[in-house]
Design a protein around this ligand. Structure first.
Ligand SMILES: [Zn+2]
Length: 474
């Protein structure tokens, strides 16, 4: 009897260890956000229990959070918008508790960073920070905002800052690039909205109920570095299965939604086969009112409903599920990694589907566009050097697009030409496998490609990132 008990115990232990394995979407060491979101007119009334596991350092004394909605306030230094808004946004905290007891916090000048002093936390100690807050939705077609019956909810909740080199990263909002960086976490979210609202969000929807003209949606997302939603009463939805993933397309302005859905599903399959498996059970593509082509979030992408070529945007944003979502990077200082890889991958998709002409045309377009940029830049400033690892705040929109999209894409094309298809794809697969759920750096890219090539690729990468590569010399 004792022996049977022992066997059962060992089995339970083994199963527990398996459930907590570090490299899957599920990880018991990930922080957890348990959120209750109630949409009331232009406000999100939220309750958030953040369960933090200290894996950072012994005697940690402070937690810091980004309050990105405060970049949509009027008169802030780091604005999320370029021109005045008819209604500004913001996030106001109304209650805060640490392990059940009221706790004070401080806010930065722009109110975009919240700091909470904690009693020294030991390694692996668990803390619970409970917050109540209201997010006022700005009137705009940006990552967060209400516009033409569409509600975009990206970067709307207090999210833990990234802890890097013994300090919290406090990068402010920029209108150029994606000024975000976060560690992978688990999310359990309940959304309460009007009954006729259709909700596209990160995660798997586990339950939907209607109570008193309200829709209550329960969502689980495991092993994701962010949570976002797009809501609209105008949405129609189509779905398609690919591998073990259900692909959802939320649309209201698409004359051929079946074809857009097919592109999304095919891109998910083609990229899974080439880079490594998409690990989640859901992927949602949502058309929305958006100032740019699209925006990537874990398991959810925004697609501008007026994009001239929707398929292109869908493929690019889908590629971001690998580059930015699963393999994270410091997109404030090394935005070229995810944007260059997503841009290259979106064209590489055509090659993988057998359309080599389209791939070559795309590559020529990117390199011509970069050459034009360089020529006009050098005409005004002969010693100009196109550096790829500059901080977002040091780029203007034009330079950022030319360098982090076109030039970085040309860099990957150069790697492809130098290494050949087989070794190049091995490099991408190694980069994905070794860095998924983590934050990768430029050096991790060099390591993966050097391993795949069987010779040092770091020098070639560096000549690109430092802008000294001869390919584009005048
Ligand atoms: Zn992109």
């Amino acid at each position: 009897m004792k022996r049977i008990l022992l066997v059962i115990l060992v089995l339970i232990l083994a199963l527990t260890c398996f459930a907590c394995k570090k490299d899957g979407p599920k990880d018991c060491n990930y922080n957890e956000y348990i959120m209750d979101i109630n949409l009331q007119d232009d406000n999100l009334l939220c309750k958030q229990n953040f369960i933090f596991v200290n894996t950072l350092k012994e005697d940690l004394e402070e937690l810091k959070f980004h309050l990105y909605p405060n970049a949509f306030r009027e008169d802030v230094a780091n604005k999320a918008y370029k021109s005045n808004l008819s209604q500004y946004g913001g996030l106001e905290i109304t209650a805060s508790k640490l392990n059940g007891k009221d706790i004070n916090y401080t806010l930065s000048q722009d109110k975009d960073i919240m700091s909470v002093k904690i009693p020294k936390a030991k390694l692996n100690e668990k803390l619970e920070l409970y917050l109540e807050y209201t997010v006022k939705l700005p009137a705009c077609n940006l990552r967060l905002g209400k516009h033409n019956d569409m509600i975009n909810c990206g970067n709307f909740y207090p999210s833990l800052a990234y802890y890097d080199n013994d300090k919290w990263r406090e990068d402010g909002y920029t209108t150029v690039g994606d000024p975000f960086m976060s560690a992978t976490a688990n999310y359990k979210v309940t959304i309460n909205a009007p009954a006729d609202m259709v909700i596209a969000c990160t995660g798997d929807i586990v339950n939907t109920a209607i109570e008193n003209d309200r829709k209550i949606v329960s969502v689980n997302a495991e092993g994701v570095r962010d949570f976002a939603m797009v809501m609209s009463k105008k949405f129609q939805v189509m779905t398609k299965m690919v591998n073990n993933t259900t692909v959802y397309y939320y649309y209201f302005n698409d004359s051929d939604p079946a074809s857009s859905l097919s592109v999304a599903a095919n891109a998910l399959k083609v990229f899974s086969d080439c880079f490594g498996k998409y690990p989640y059970k859901s992927y949602r593509v949502a058309e929305t009112s958006f100032a740019y082509g699209g925006m990537e979030y874990p398991m959810l992408v925004y697609i501008n409903s007026n994009a001239s070529d929707k398929a292109d945007v869908i493929i690019h944003e889908t590629a971001h599920q690998w580059w930015s979502v699963l393999v994270g990077n410091d997109s404030i200082n090394e935005g070229y990694i995810d944007e260059g890889l997503a841009t290259f991958s979106a064209s590489y998709y055509y090659l993988l589907c057998g359309d080599e002409n389209r791939f070559n045309q795309d590559m020529k377009k990117r390199s011509d566009s970069f050459k034009n940029f360089i020529n006009s830049k050098k005409a005004a400033q002969p010693d100009y050097c196109p550096k790829m690892n500059k901080a977002l705040k040091d780029y203007d929109q034009n330079e950022y697009s030319a360098i982090c999209y076109d030039m970085s894409c040309a860099m990957f094309k150069n790697m492809y030409d130098m290494m050949g298809k087989k070794k190049f794809e091995k490099g991408l697969r190694l980069f994905f496998e070794d860095n998924k759920y983590k934050i990768a750096t430029g050096s991790d890219l060099h390591v993966a490609f050097t391993k795949a090539a069987g010779k040092d690729m770091g020098k070639l990468f560096n000549s690109w990132t430092l802008g000294t590569v001869q390919t584009f010399a005048a």
